[in-house]
Design a binder for this molecule. Structure first.
Ligand code: NAP
Length: 496
């Protein structure tokens, strides 16, 4: 059970502690932040509301701990990460339980998130040993005007203190996708978990604690992003920010100082369906891609752009599958569970009402109870409707009927987002041409968008992000190149 057994020390009464200097602590603020269970809509957990002074202390400790961690042999860093991965997987049940209660993720998917995170840590340790164990050696006489008198040795060194801020929807996985590359590369790490998902993150951090990482190397500061977020992201002690979330990331990128940024933000992933597509495959992918975890995935299918001639048939096939989705509590492993908060549900409802006013076709009746919204397919959506462009982050999927491929590409590229997109066709030549034309970080051919496997590059353009994730890219991003140049005497002194 969450907060008991191996995790008993992270809880004080009914408030979870924060983690600093290798210890679980109560904040001097004496205040806590409530985490509301999206299903029951009552307070499930409480976490410490950390203060600015506590952030300062954590940054100081992170700076000190990083210096000796960077000198710790790479194989030892990897060994500790493998240990943390094993401990995390061994404690998947209480961590998954927290995910179910905090973010209403279906029970099976919650377990999968924890196991996947353990695998990510191990993969990262292995990849780090390989890529950080290599450097480059350059000689000067390849550049015009130079003799062979300079040897340049380059290798990758850590950046210092990495600030990691994940979103609510994959709090554990998107935290470790920042923690593991930062640590293997010799950085220290300060985590600010999302408020919904903080308790699962605190349990995950405890697994690193149990693995025996040095004091101060990893810290976890809790509190509302709106209250301590700016102080953290603008803190002079931070040498790199890895953030995943929504528009907040755009604001952070404007405020952050001269530090490398890894920003994975929102999306409006388009699914372009051509006339020759296998419509059963498309329907299966649209339902899985659009409605898994109630549409609360950055790479959910968020708009279907289907050729008019096959639209009717596709919509019928999707409707049949939507009717089979189970709706209810995450504990019962339902397909559609309550969205994360009442304000999210209200926002989604606003998009639905706008589409209703503008006469979209409702393929199902709109139904909501508390935060629970029944899956809804909206047909005949037009560009003047908000749902055509905005990210609902809920189980509502618009279908826009298109008259040409160009129209589909134009809709996709007119979005301010550019995370992923997908194309369904049996013509690989057309698929490649459309993929080239789509302004997104990734295009999937004949499958719905996905962030994963976790070692694949993953990136958005425009308002969807800066930089690239994926294990190798994250390790590279959290390091910088350091060169040493050996200057030899002029060639007239050559021996032999
Ligand atoms: P969010 O509201 O942007 O929050 C993300 C994180 O930022 C949370 O930890 C939040 O903490 C924190 N935060 C809030 N205000 C802050 C501030 N001023 N400074 C620093 N941090 C601050 O996003 P979300 O609702 O959790 O997640 C949904 C969004 O994430 C969607 O747009 C989705 O598309 C996107 N997403 C993108 C990816 C990707 O890889 N591209 C993956 C998953 C999700 P609090 O919870 O305490 O407010």
């Amino acid at each position: 059970m969450a907060g008991s057994g191996a995790f008993a020390e992270i809880l004080d009464g009914d408030v979870y502690k924060y983690y600093a200097d290798g210890e679980w602590k109560k904040s001097s603020s004496g205040k806590s932040v409530s985490i509301v269970n999206p299903t029951t809509r009552t307070t499930q957990y409480k976490v410490q509301a950390c203060t600015q002074q506590e952030v300062n202390k954590v940054m100081e400790a992170a700076k000190v701990a990083q210096k000796s961690w960077a000198k710790t042999p790479l194989w030892k860093r990897a060994e500790l990460l493998h240990k943390a991965a094993a401990i995390l997987k061994g404690h998947k049940t209480p961590i998954a339980e927290a995910l179910v209660k905090e973010i209403a993720k279906p029970a099976k998917d919650s377990l999968t998130e924890v196991v996947r995170s353990g695998d990510l840590i191990s993969y990262c340790a292995e990849e780090g040993v390989r890529i950080l164990g290599e450097g480059t050696f350059l000689v000067s006489d390849s550049f015009p005007g130079n003799e062979r008198t300079k040897y340049c040795l380059s290798s990758k060194i850590p950046l210092g203190v990495v600030l990691a801020i994940p979103p609510f929807n994959y709090p554990v996985n998107l935290a470790v996708s920042k923690i593991a590359p930062a640590l293997i590369a010799g950085n220290s790490l300060v985590l600010k978990p999302p408020t919904q998902g903080a308790v699962a993150c605190l349990h995950m951090v405890h697994c690193f604690h149990l693995a025996g990482f040095p004091k101060g190397l990893i810290s976890c500061i809790t509190g509302k992003g709106s209250e301590i977020g700016d102080f953290l992201t603008m803190h002079p002690g931070v040498n790199c920010i890895s953030f995943t979330g929504g528009d907040t990331g755009v604001a952070i990128s404007k405020k952050a100082g001269m530090v490398p940024l890894q920003m994975e933000l929102g999306g409006k992933d388009a699914c372009i369906v051509l006339e020759d597509a296998d419509l059963d495959l498309v329907a299966a992918n649209i339902v899985k891609g659009g409605f898994s975890y109630s549409g609360q995935r950055c790479t959910a299918v968020k708009v279907v752009l289907v050729m008019e001639s096959v639209a009717e048939e596709l919509v019928e096939k999707v409707k049949l599958r939507v009717a089979k989705l189970t709706v209810g509590a995450p504990e019962d492993d339902c397909d559609i569970t309550p969205v994360v908060s009442e304000s999210s549900a209200n926002f989604i409802e606003g998009l639905v009402m706008d589409a209703k006013e503008k006469e979209a076709t409702f393929c199902q009746e709109y139904k909501r109870e508390g935060n629970l919204i029944w899956p809804l397919l909206l047909d005949h959506v037009r560009p003047d409707m908000r749902i055509a462009w905005e990210e609902p982050f809920g189980p509502v999927l618009p279908v826009v009927r298109i008259g040409s491929i160009e129209e589909g590409i134009h809709h996709c590229n007119a979005s301010n987002f550019g995370l992923q997109g997908c194309i369904f066709t049996n013509d690989i030549n057309k698929a490649m041409l459309i993929s080239d034309a789509m302004e997104t970080g990734t295009v999937q051919i004949n499958s719905s968008p996905a962030r994963g496997p976790d070692h694949f590059p993953f990136q958005g353009i425009k308002d969807s992000g800066i930089g690239s994730q994926g294990i190798t890219n994250s390790i590279n991003m959290m390091t910088k190149v350091k060169s040493t140049v050996i200057n030899l005497p002029s060639p007239s002194y050559t021996m032999g």
